[in-house]
Design a protein around this ligand. Structure first.
Ligand SMILES: Nc1ncnc2c1ncn2[C@@H]1O[C@H](COP(=O)(O)OP(=O)(O)OP(=O)(O)O)[C@@H](O)[C@H]1O
Length: 216
């Protein structure tokens, strides 16, 4: 079990999370939803060890192999899609890694020219797919996907959500999304971050308690 307990994060004087609790059951997909600015990306960054809470604890993440899709693609723009994915497979010159990278890209609908040209020459949606393919190619213990489907055409979203469902099955995963359809398609357990001012679970107003509502 990975958990955030009593976590507070602030940027200067701006308290984003306060007394925040979240549990990610082992091997299951949790979808974190909530309004703009409520702190979803901050939660993702805490899980990835990129933001350190000034109160509270993060348990269960020590030594885990993590994979992520950030809101930005964070690709090596001069490299091809195949080489971007190969980088996380650990052996750039290995033919098996090359084949695995091609398979990972084919699974998100990319092949041919699109996988061999520098990714800076791809469209925004194609780069998004490379970023997803790269994260899902990693044999990770913890997968954090921060709005991975943003900018993708409606007709390719089902392919991508299916790929996430398949690859994240049995892996502890946090999916940040604004789209309830993504939550359903991925088969995730929904958790709602209600506002930038945390309130206790089951209570409409007030401060200081966990900021998440866990769905069924
Ligand atoms: N590096 C930072 N420095 C200062 N403030 C920040 C920083 N990162 C985030 N914030 C603030 O923290 C709050 C929560 O931001 P965060 O990105 O976690 O929200 P979010 O729920 O992911 O929003 P969105 O749905 O718009 O992506 C926002 O008010 C934001 O302005």
């Amino acid at each position: 079990m990975i958990a955030l307990r009593g976590v507070r994060v602030r940027y200067g004087a701006h308290v984003v999370l306060d007394g925040f609790d979240l549990e990610l059951p082992d091997g299951s997909i949790t979808a974190l939803t909530g309004p703009n600015g409520s702190g979803k990306t901050t939660v993702a960054r805490v899980l990835l060890g990129l933001v350190r809470p000034d109160r509270g604890v993060v348990v269960g993440t020590a030594g885990l192999r993590r994979a992520a899709v950030f809101q930005e693609d964070r690709l090596c723009t001069r490299l091809s899609a195949v080489d971007n994915v190969r980088l996380v497979l650990g052996s750039a010159r290995d033919a098996a890694a090359g084949r695995a990278a091609l398979d990972a890209l084919a699974a998100v609908g990319l092949s041919g020219r699109d996988v061999v040209v520098p990714v800076r020459d791809l469209s925004g949606g194609q780069r998004r797919r490379v970023a997803i393919a790269r994260a899902l190619a990693v044999d990770a213990d913890l997968v954090v996907l921060d709005e991975p489907f943003t900018g993708l055409d409606a007709d390719v979203r089902p392919l991508l959500t299916e790929r996430v469902r398949e690859r994240c099955h049995g892996r502890t995963t946090l999916l940040v999304t604004h789209d309830p359809d993504d939550v359903a398609r991925v088969g995730a357990r929904p958790v709602a971050l209600r506002s930038a001012a945390p309130v206790p679970v089951g209570v409409g107003t007030g401060r200081g308690g966990p900021a998440a509502d866990v769905g069924s």
